[in-house]
Write a protein that binds this ligand. Structure first.
Ligand code: SAH
Ligand code: SF4
Length: 382
């Protein structure tokens, strides 16, 4: 039986578990052994850890649990994208999405129940904010997805063709993780970094730094901390080519405007595992998608090595925005490409199960009273 005093071992990175084991008078190699049982084998039962001494197993059963979030819904899209709704307690639920592709399998992981940053076009933002996810709830998404995909070991052979020089295939179906689910990862810095360390550690998931991506709306001081503490691939949600427009679409811009954001990207690249930043840019019909915007963008990123990923807007009820027409997206991409910037347009995946970018809503008990404020504002207007 579990009690509230028991610690959840999924909350620890390797150093953390070694320190906790030291408190029990146990050697570091024991901690690493348990780490491998948990994360390589997907084991949540101390009794099954057969090469761990019985006395230690008994101690662990008394003091600890291995508890991932509980899946409450499993949706599979016609294109193979899979979305899980995970119960994180107190009537909150977050979403995790698995996107299979020929050469890789990507898991899109959430970092918060809701998001306080309130970007104008984002369904998560519109829900308000409840709380940060714990490290166990973040890494638990990878733990669970591996398990539910039947993938603790044995990824597709074709992936070998996608490996870059020096990369090793760790034989898992999930080869890439993107922190692009619900929430702003850098607003939950410590827990996200603990989870990132587990993703990278050979005793846990052993993913390449280049295959783990943090996406941020641009919290500049936290970008510097990430560079210093756990540099992984970086994606920045740009979405606008000038401050006036970005202030409106991505309100955190009012605090960290474009000049500061670009400088932070350049500092990040000094330590990043990849030599470019990926700029995400949502294509909103008649808002940020003109040829003039594209030219302004080219000038904006002149000194920042980057790639662009254009995301056709994914609609959700009452968003107030429309997706740019395909032809306009093509023209916009053409201007960036002609300026020498590698530009891709994100294929919409899983939209039949509301799993596409920006559609993740989960279930959030708003603690910011945003919903109430919105309701009042609507009533005042009518
Ligand atoms: N909070 C982080 C990561 C989560 S969102 C961030 O903002 O970067 C992942 C990406 O989806 C971001 O680029 C986000 O701006 C984008 N996005 C949000 N809502 C969207 C929508 N409705 N359609 C398309 N992309 C959206
Ligand atoms: Fe939060 Fe990202 Fe959505 Fe903005 S786009 S509200 S930062 S989750």
């Amino acid at each position: 039986m579990s009690t509230s005093k028991q610690v959840n071992l999924l909350d620890f990175d390797v150093d953390g578990l070694v320190a906790w084991f030291a408190g029990l008078g146990e050697k570091p190699f024991r901690a690493r052994q348990v780490m491998r049982w948990m994360h390589h084998e997907g084991c949540d039962d101390f009794d099954a850890m057969t090469d761990v001494a019985k006395s230690l197993r008994a101690k662990l059963k008394e003091l600890a649990v291995i508890r991932p979030p509980v899946p409450v819904r499993d949706s599979i899209s016609a294109d193979g994208t899979r979305k899980w709704l995970l119960d994180v307690g107190n009537a909150n639920a977050v979403e995790t999405v698995f996107i299979p592709e020929t050469h890789r399998g990507t898991l899109c992981v959430s970092s918060q129940a809701g998001c306080a940053l309130d970007c104008a076009f984002c369904s998560t933002g519109k829900q308000g904010f409840n709380r940060n996810l714990s490290a166990a709830e973040i890494i638990g998404q990878l733990w669970l997805a591996n398990k539910l995909l039947g993938a603790a070991r044995g990824g597709p052979d074709e992936r070998a063709g996608d490996l870059e020089a020096g990369e090793k295939d760790n034989g898992r179906i999930i080869s890439n993780v993107v922190m692009m689910g619900m929430g702003e990862p850098l607003a939950n810095f410590d827990n996200v970094v603990t989870a990132l360390r587990l993703m990278l550690d050979d005793h846990a998931y052993g993913l390449s730094r280049r295959r783990v991506t943090v996406s941020t709306s641009g919290i500049v001081p936290a970008m510097d901390r990430l560079r210093d503490e756990c540099p992984v691939a970086l994606a920045v949600s740009l979405h606008a080519s000038n401050d006036a427009l970005r202030d409106e679409l991505v309100p955190i811009n009012q605090k960290y405007p474009l000049r500061e954001l670009m400088a932070a990207c350049q500092r990040y690249l000094e330590r990043a595992p990849r030599d470019f930043v990926t700029f995400e840019y949502v294509m909103l019909d008649g808002v940020n998608d003109s040829e003039a915007h594209a030219r302004e963008l080219v000038a904006l990123v002149r000194d920042t090595p980057c790639k662009f990923n254009l995301i056709p807007f994914n609609p959700f009820p009452n968003s107030g925005y429309l997706r740019s027409p395909a032809e306009r997206i093509r023209r916009f991409a053409g201007i960036l490409i002609d300026a020498g910037i590698v530009t891709t347009t994100r294929r919409t995946r899983g939209d039949d199960v509301d799993a596409a970018c920006g559609q993740l809503a989960g279930q959030v008990q708003d603690k910011t009273r945003r919903t109430v404020r919105l309701k009042q504002a609507t009533e005042e207007r009518s």
